[in-house]
Design a protein around this ligand. Sequence first.
Ligand SMILES: [Mg+2]
Length: 230
Amino acid sequence: MVKAILLDIEGTLSSISYVKDVMFPYSKKKLKQFLEENRENEKVKQIIKQVEDIEGKKLSLEEVAQILEKWIDEDKKVTPLKELQGLIWKEGFESGELKGHLYEDAYKKLKEWKDKGYQLYIYSSGSVGAQKLYFSHSEYGNILDLFSGHFDTKIGNKKEQKSYEKIAKEIGLKPEEILFLTDNPDEVKSAEKAGMKAIRIVRPEDSEYIQDFPYPQVKNLEEVENVVKL
Ligand SMILES: [Mg+2]
């Protein structure tokens, strides 16, 4: 019997393109102004220093901004960029300029499942801090109360069986009492290996069905109950 539902965010509850088409352009648009306004902030000073270290020379604020913008375009996974984007997004969510996207069916089913007594948990590669920021400033308002807990990659890689075993232990349930929903096929397999029930969410906007996939695939959260009784 399912007692808890563990959920991925991107591609499952929210659209993948939101990050690509809204959050990244937002961080790029705000970058220079943010650096100028916060140049005396200790964290920002460290970020600037890290960029200079990577480039191997002293840089003007203008040059730092140009380099960071270029890294956004190239989708570079570098720490100073990630940290600065985190700060910019925080300001954006808190000011209300950014609102965390959620598919309508996701919001509706989360509320319904919560009301029915299921515990809801999030497992995302975005940090727990970023997850909380996102759900407390979502398109449906502050929905943080829906969740009983949050996990990120600190508990382990999302593609490893062990991570799901650890999460079950943390939640205090047997793996078979937990239903995991994600768009990523490897994550489905790892959760299943750990003993959880897992369903792949295949949003037509974000992904495609895989032929002969050994586990159930449905196109949104409304359809989950066609596959598992809740
Ligand atoms: Mg995902």
